[in-house]
Ligand binder design. Structure first.
Ligand code: NAD
Length: 314
C-alpha cells in the first residue's frame, strides 16, 4: 500500500502536537509547514530522533516550503494566531482569514486532491475561507470543533458519574463558540442517555462547563489556548479519513438544507471516511434543541457576513 501522507500547515502548539499523536499511532507520513522555518525543521528532527524509542517508523519533515504539501491525502490547517484572554473568537477573524486564505491557495495549487481539515479560529468562518479559496467539493473541507467540544463533555460526564471515560459518548453540535449546542439527550453512558442518570441541574452545570471549556484553559494559560485535546481531535479526524474508518462524530460541515440551514458551516454529526464527509446525519431534534442550533447558526452567519465585509474571499 502506498504510504499515506498528512500535511499540517502551522506547526505551533496544536499542529506539532497533532503531528506527535499522528506519528505515535503510525497513521501517516507527516509534513509540517510553517512560516517559522527553522523551528519547524527542529521539531521534525526531534520527533524523528524519538522514533526508535517510541517505535514509529514514519517520515516527518519540517519546512517553510508550501509546495511540500504536494500529494497529501489530508492537509490540516492550524496556522493562525491563538485566542488570548479577553479576546473573542471574532477578534481573530481578520488576521486569521488572511493566513488561512494563503494556506488554502497553496493547498489548491499543490494538493488538489486532498481533504482539508480546518482548525484555525474562528473555526466555522475559517472553514468558509478554506472552501471558497480552494474551490474544493464541499464534502472535502471539514472543520474540527465538535469532536473537541464533545470529548470535553465526555470527560465532565465521566468525572461526575465516576464511570469509564470510554463508556461515555457525547454529541455537541452548532458553532464552535459560546453558542455551541451540547445535546444531553444524545449523550450516553453505555447507551443510556445521561438524562436518565443525572438530574437537570447537574446536566446544566456540565453543559455550561463544556461551553466554557476552551475559555477555562485560556484563563489558566494566559497566553495561548488549549492544544492537547484539540490535537487529539485532529488526529482522530485524520485517522478516520486516511484509514477510511467511517467514524461518526460531530464536525463542522457545509450544510445545504440539512437541519433547515443553507450554505453555512456548522457542527453536525457526520460520517468521516476516505471521501471526507461521506454522510451528514440529521438527528430528530426537539423544538428547544432546534432553536439552540438555529441561534448558533445565526451567530456563525454573522461571522461569515463580517468576513465578507473585510475580505473579498472568492
Ligand atoms: P500557535 O501560535 O502555537 O501556532 C500557530 C502557528 O501558525 C505558529 O507556529 C505560526 O508560526 C503559524 N503560522 C502563522 N502564520 C502562518 C502562515 N501564513 N503559514 C503557515 N504557518 C503560519 O497556535 P495554536 O495554539 O497551535 O493554535 C492554532 C490555531 O488553532 C489558532 O487559530 C487557534 O485559535 C486554533 N484552535 C482551534 C481549535 C478548534 O477547536 N478548532 C482548538 C485550539 C486552537
Amino acid at each position: 500500500m502506498a504510504r499515506r501522507k498528512v500535511s499540517i500547515i502551522g506547526a505551533g502548539n496544536v499542529g506539532a502536537t497533532a503531528a506527535y499523536y499522528i506519528a505515535e499511532k503510525v497513521i501517516a507520513d507527516i509534513v509540517m509547514v510553517d512560516v517559522i522555518e527553522g523551528v519547524t525543521q527542529a521539531k521534525a528532527l526531534d520527533f524523528l530522533h524519538a522514533g526508535p524509542l517510541r517505535r514509529y517508523d514514519v517520515s516527518i519533515r519540517g519546512t517553510g516550503d508550501f509546495s511540500a504539501v504536494a500529494d497529501s491525502d489530508v492537509v490540516v490547517v492550524t496556522a493562525g494566531v491563538p485566542r488570548r484572554p479577553g479576546m473573542d473568537r471574532m477578534d481573530l477573524l481578520k488576521v486569521n482569514a488572511g493566513i488561512v486564505k494563503s494556506a488554502a491557495k497553496s493547498i489548491a495549487l499543490y494538493a488538489p486532491n486532498s481533504t482539508v481539515i480546518v482548525v484555525s479560529n474562528p473555526l466555522d468562518v475559517m472553514c468558509h475561507v478554506a472552501l471558497r479559496t480552494t474551490g474544493f467539493a464541499v464534502r472535502r473541507v471539514i472543520g474540527m470543533a465538535g469532536i473537541l467540544d464533545s470529548t470535553r463533555f465526555r470527560y465532565f460526564v465521566a468525572q461526575e458519574l465516576r464511570c469509564a471515560l470510554t463508556d461515555v459518548h457525547a454529541m455537541v453540535l452548532g458553532g464552535h463558540g459560546d453558542q455551541m449546542v451540547p445535546l444531553p439527550r444524545f449523550t450516553t453512558v453505555a447507551g443510556i442517555p445521561i438524562t436518565q442518570l443525572l438530574d437537570q441541574a447537574t446536566i446544566e452545570r456540565l453543559v455550561d462547563r463544556t461551553r466554557k471549556g476552551g475559555a477555562e484553559i485560556v484563563a489558566y494559560l494566559k497566553t495561548g489556548s488549549a492544544y492537547y485535546a484539540p490535537a487529539a481531535s485532529v488526529a482522530e479526524m485524520v485517522e478516520a479519513v486516511v484509514t477510511d474508518r467511517k467514524t461518526l462524530a460531530p464536525c463542522a460541515a457545509y450544510l445545504r438544507g440539512e437541519y433547515g440551514i443553507e450554505n453555512l458551516f456548522i457542527g453536525v454529526p457526520v460520517l468521516l471516511g476516505k471521501n471526507g464527509i461521506e454522510r451528514i446525519v440529521e438527528l430528530d431534534l426537539d423544538e428547544s434543541e432546534m432553536a439552540l442550533l438555529r441561534e448558533s447558526a445565526e451567530a456563525v452567519k454573522k461571522g461569515v457576513d463580517e468576513l465578507d465585509t473585510f475580505f473579498e474571499v472568492r
